[in-house]
Design a protein around this ligand. Structure first.
Ligand code: 5GP
Length: 114
């Protein structure tokens, strides 16, 4: 598979503001933030879209959720709240084809999203 921009961030070939990292997951600030806190959590393996999740790789999603819980507590937004979003393919608004969970916090979120 072609490396995406996020693969290049994972391999440190391009810089990112990394705020979380463990053996399975990396979290870095979105370059175009949509909230005071906007971090992208990605698995350290290439999974293109939500459609590509399966029994063999879905543990990465659990690890991402646990990473988000830890980070939300660490930065003190767990109780006020936050939004997590994963876009899938064209109509979902996905632009980078390495799954990523958007973590947005620090302002009142609206519903429905655009
Ligand atoms: P998507 O639209 O695929 O759900 O989200 C992709 C996100 O990646 C966007 O919010 C966009 O701002 C972010 N992004 C794209 N390129 C880069 C980059 O090179 N560095 C960082 N930190 N974020 C990026």
């Amino acid at each position: 598979m072609e490396p995406t921009i996020f693969d290049l961030i994972l391999s440190k070939e391009i810089p990112a503001d990394v705020v979380y990292e463990d053996d399975f997951v990396m979290g870095f600030k979105d370059v175009n933030p949509q909230a005071p806190v906007h971090v992208l959590f990605i698995p350290k393996v290439q999974i293109k879209t939500h459609n590509d999740l399966n029994a063999d790789n879905m543990d990465y999603v659990s690890k991402i959720h646990l990473a988000i819980n830890a980070y939300a507590k660490q930065i003190g937004v767990a109780e006020d709240g936050y939004r997590i979003v994963m876009n899938c393919n064209g109509q979902g608004g996905q632009t980078v084809f390495h799954i990523h969970m958007h973590f947005l916090a620090g302002r009142q979120m609206q519903w429905p999203p655009g």
